[in-house]
Write a protein that binds this ligand. Sequence first.
Ligand SMILES: Nc1ncnc2c1ncn2[C@@H]1O[C@H](COP(=O)(O)OP(=O)(O)OP(=O)(O)O)[C@@H](O)[C@H]1O
Length: 580
Amino acid sequence: MTRPTAAVPKPPDSAASAASAARSGPGGLLLWCLCDNAGRIAIAVIGGLLYQLALIGLPWCVERAVDQGITVDDPPATLRWAGVIAAVSVAAALGEIVLGWQSTVSATLTGNRLYLRLADRIGVLDEAALDRYGEGDLSMRGTRDVDLMRTWLMGFASFVTGVVGFTVMIIAILGLDPLLAVVGLACVPPLVLINTVLFPKWFGAANADLSAAHGARADAVEELLSASAAVRGLGGERALVERHDERSSHVTRHTLVTARVSASWAAASPFVPGLAIGVGLAVGGLAVLRDDMSIGGIVAFTSWMSMLVLWVGVLTLRLSQLSQARTAARRLVEVFATEPALAGPTNPAPLPVTGDLVADGVAVRREGRTILAPTSLTARPGELVALTGPMASGKTTLLRVLAHLSAPSEGTVRYGAVPLHQAAPDELRARVAYVPQRPVTVSGTLADNLRLGGEFSDEELREACRLAALDDYLAERPDGLETPLGEGGNTLSGGQSQRLALARALLRNPSVLLLDDVTSAVDTETEKAIVERLTSRRDGLTVVFATHRPAVLAAADRVITLEHAAAPAATDEERVSAGG
Ligand SMILES: Nc1ncnc2c1ncn2[C@@H]1O[C@H](COP(=O)(O)OP(=O)(O)OP(=O)(O)O)[C@@H](O)[C@H]1O
């Protein structure tokens, strides 16, 4: 394996658009969704208009057919009008197909892009930035919230055409009879009040509570699934089940509140035009008796008003979807607006391929407590530096600072004379690899877990397994690199997953390897093999190894012993108890 060159992977290109969506808030994100597939939405609106106009035209045709088409002296007129009505029905069907098809395709494509943007954003956030979200809550944002946006988008064209249809219909009624038009228009103010002021406010508030409850419940499910097996013997699963039950009851309560508001909204809107039909029938009926209006006219009026009842129902549904989408957009924008806790510099300094890793008076305080007392160390290319000390003395904390996964409260860390906070994050990741105490294994094969999206040949995978002393495991498996590891890698022993994580880090050919007690679960023979293979490399790999194990301490060029933060702070030299 050769040392990495200066080339580093580019960050996802959607980061910029995610940031711009965040800047313009939920409204900006909704607008972005509409613009993303504007062409298809426009075609859907055209299809929807054809559908609506054909539907509005039908009662008008029926009116003409009743008044002019059914006459004794002109039988062909009846057939003509029947043909016109059939043609209008075909136009309505075609329009509906275009509306439905294009709306579904555009909403699906945009929904997928939105999901990918969210996944990209989560991918660039570090642990500290993601700490404010629970894992379940975050997955709810990527599923339920994206789905709510998709549902709103799917109905958007039908909403636009519904509004246009509503307006055209009122104009049509106006042409029929001014008094009936007054009855139709009288519906508008109460409908506006119900659909844009009263219910969106109640429904929006209820839906925001429901989304938060879903997020909290998803966190509890996540804990129940991932932690209950570990605490079963201790009876701890009861507490997790109870927490899940409590959060589920919140979801139920908020679902009922939302359903109550939604049902009242759905009933209140069509009630208004329904009432107007009664009034219009009385007004129109009296006009017919006075001979001021034809029977066909009153048929057209009642048909249009019945249609209006249906449309108001549909528009109400679309408005409630908009209200849900606004809540979802707010939750998604929160994630887009989240910045990495350790944001990269605007003008990063280039990192050399090789150099000393130097910590200078690094200390960490959390919640008012010092968890790492001021510490200095130098690890030169090719050195194995062991880090030891009592439990909770800050070994992991120091390694995470050396990897720039968390920031020190005081002091600096430099690699090749460049302070870590001035380096580009991707370049830093390519130089410095951190293997945690409890490594993560994903579902998939051994090769999937080693590659994790990187491009490496099978030969390189085998060599990394050899260096990490995972070659015995590989040799024993008939499927070799393609051996499935089970869900979350649950077929591996603790020691095997530690060695897998070590192999994964070695594969990336870092200049510095930070190992957090990665031999704690392996036997002494295997540990000896790992240490020998790491130290026999002649390519200048620097290893900083947090450990209590005698074999590692014996092989180290230098041992640095940390004290508890409460103990008086010591200098680097005072702590060096072995080697250089
Ligand atoms: N994010 C955090 N917030 C608050 N305290 C923390 C945080 N991370 C670690 N600590 C505390 O800092 C102290 C040092 O933890 P650390 O894991 O660095 O010790 P360690 O020497 O690696 O321990 P061990 O040998 O048991 O692995 C502990 O008391 C721990 O509880």
